[in-house]
Write a protein that binds this ligand. Structure first.
Ligand SMILES: Nc1ncnc2c1ncn2[C@@H]1O[C@H](COP(=O)(O)OP(=O)(O)OP(=O)(O)O)[C@@H](O)[C@H]1O
Length: 253
């Protein structure tokens, strides 16, 4: 198959509680699929299913034969007290990979000799990305790649990720809380709240009533700079009828 990974009607329960229901999605080479959704929506569960770390109770997951995946988890579980240089941290994961080249690719060559515990949020995310790139992955799976990074840093990291897809043909499946910051670097957005509320091109998702219901008027207002939400209709007599937009069920999962 041409897709790197395909989920078809996948459902997952944790201890009898449904975390994902009927999820279908595909990641193609060179394309970025971003999963957005509130806390507890099942985003991390979904990426673990895509990676094969978690087996769904129903549905099918198909990975391209010989697929190499690079994973950046949401949290790095290294004790803060542990002395560990970036060089050593990357060498531990390197195999035959070129550590210096991977760090250069993420514009972080200057942190090679630093301690992992001393890195800024943005530097740490770049190092984690470099570590994933050492495997020369066909598919990059990134669980909140800009956690702890300021707005300017976020844009730089998303640019970097966009380059990895566009210039190197890697497929990217990533998780984010924010649609508007990933818009430029995403081919498809999947809005998740245990089930897929809506999916498609970022601008269309931003307009979708279920997206607006899920993320509320504050986020919807911040999106107004990117998209026009048509919330009223013009009656034939010239008066304006306001339309209240509600999503059917996303608010309650
Ligand atoms: N191993 C597990 N055992 C039991 N419940 C789990 C397990 N992993 C996740 N869950 C539950 O499944 C639901 C989805 O969790 P998940 O971590 O996938 O959500 P998320 O969208 O990534 O959340 P967040 O934005 O907070 O990281 C949550 O209610 C969570 O408590």
């Amino acid at each position: 198959m041409s897709a790197l990974v395909r989920l078809d009607d996948v459902s997952v329960s944790h201890d009898g509680v449904l975390a994902l229901s009927g999820i279908t999605l595909t990641v193609e080479p060179g394309k970025i699929v971003t999963v957005i959704g509130p806390n507890g929506a099942g985003k991390s569960t979904l990426v673990k299913v895509a990676l094969g770390l978690l087996v769904p109770q129903s549905g099918t997951v198909t990975r391209r034969t010989g697929l190499v995946a690079g994973y950046v988890p949401q949290r790095l579980d290294i004790p803060a007290s542990l002395p560990l240089s970036v060089r050593r941290f990357l060498r531990m994961a390197a195999g035959k990979g070129d550590v210096a080249a991977a760090l250069d690719r993420v514009a972080a060559g200057h942190v090679m000799g630093r301690q992992v515990r001393d890195l800024s949020g943005g530097e740490l995310q770049r190092v984690m990305l470099a570590r994933a790139l050492l495997r020369q992955p066909d598919l990059l799976v990134l669980d909140e790649p800009v956690g702890g990074v300021d707005m300017a840093g976020q844009a730089e990291i998303y640019d970097l990720i966009a380059g990895l897809a566009r210039d190197e043909g890697r497929g990217v499946l990533m998780v984010s809380h924010d649609l508007h910051v990933v818009m430029a670097a995403t081919n498809e957005v999947v809005c998740l709240n245990r089930h897929v509320c809506c999916a498609g091109h970022p601008e269309n998702v931003a307009r979708h009533p279920e997206y607006l219901a899920l993320f509320g008027p504050r986020v919807a207002a911040s999106l107004a700079v990117y998209t026009h939400v048509h919330d009223h209709a013009h009656r034939p007599d010239g008066t304006v009828e306001h339309i209240h937009v509600h999503g059917p069920d996303c608010r309650h999962g």
